[in-house]
Design a protein around this ligand. Structure first.
Ligand code: TMP
Length: 220
């Protein structure tokens, strides 16, 4: 029997306005240039069922859900996304780059909504067992920079989370940094106040060093 290599799983994380979308596209292009099959996807969402759940989470009043309901909606979406999109791609040898994953739930619901680590870990175990990314890049920006970028991008279309208060967003930033401190072998924190080329080069460097991939840097 011919064994197909399983594709790797990279996630990009960060608070609002960290610049994940741009960096995901650039990282995917670098993997493609190295002849690696790759898909990009996002959470909440990434499969038809999870995209339907996304609307429930990102639209409407800030206080629409209680924290546990919100946690369960994120994990319901994630379980479907994993089964429908991520695992089938990996099994066919395709690399998966995902805009947000379980660390966002820990940061936003665990730290931001103050549910605490244990409850989030419990939901994680129930919904997706011990699934973890191979590498998680956390793009870190100070609150004022991130929220200003998000405001410029979204204007009056700010999603439910962008409309939450500054203290909530500060807990999220602190939460991501704490996650990285607890799992340094999986997570790398990158200063995302730098220009897009610099951030891209740092991400490529992390992917090469941590995952042993041979990738070309940004072209002039
Ligand atoms: P996005 O705007 O980065 O696509 O993400 C949608 C929002 O959902 C974003 O404000 C972060 C939030 N979110 C959570 O609160 N928990 C989660 O588990 C995920 C994946 C996203």
């Amino acid at each position: 029997m011919v064994e197909t290599a399983k594709g790797g799983f990279i996630t990009l994380e960060g608070g609002e306005g960290a610049g994940k979308s741009t960096q995901i596209q650039r990282l995917a292009a670098a993997l493609t240039s190295a002849s690696l099959p790759v898909i990009t996807t996002r959470e909440p969402g990434g499969s038809p069922g999870a995209e339907a759940i996304r609307s429930l989470l990102v639209e409407g009043a800030v206080d629409r859900w209680d924290a546990i309901t919100e946690l369960l909606l994120h994990y319901a979406a994630r379980r479907d996304h994993l089964a429908q999109t991520i695992l089938p791609a990996q099994q066919s040898g395709t690399w998966v780059i995902c805009d947000r994953f379980a660390d966002s739930t820990m940061a936003y619901q665990g730290y931001g909504l103050s549910l605490g680590r244990e409850i989030v870990e419990h939901a994680h175990a129930l919904a997706i067992g011990d699934t973890r990314p191979d590498l998680t890049v956390i793009l870190d920006v100070p609150l004022d920079v991130g929220l200003a970028r998000a405001q410029e991008r979204d204007g009056d279309d700010a999603n439910r989370y962008e409309r939450m208060d500054q203290d909530f967003h500060q807990r999220i930033r602190d939460g991501f940094l704490d996650i990285a401190k607890r799992e340094p072998e999986r997570c790398v924190v990158i200063d995302a106040t730098a220009d897009a080329d610099t951030v891209h080069a740092k991400i490529l460097d992390a992917v090469k060093r941590r995952l042993g991939l041979s990738l070309k840097g940004p072209t002039a």
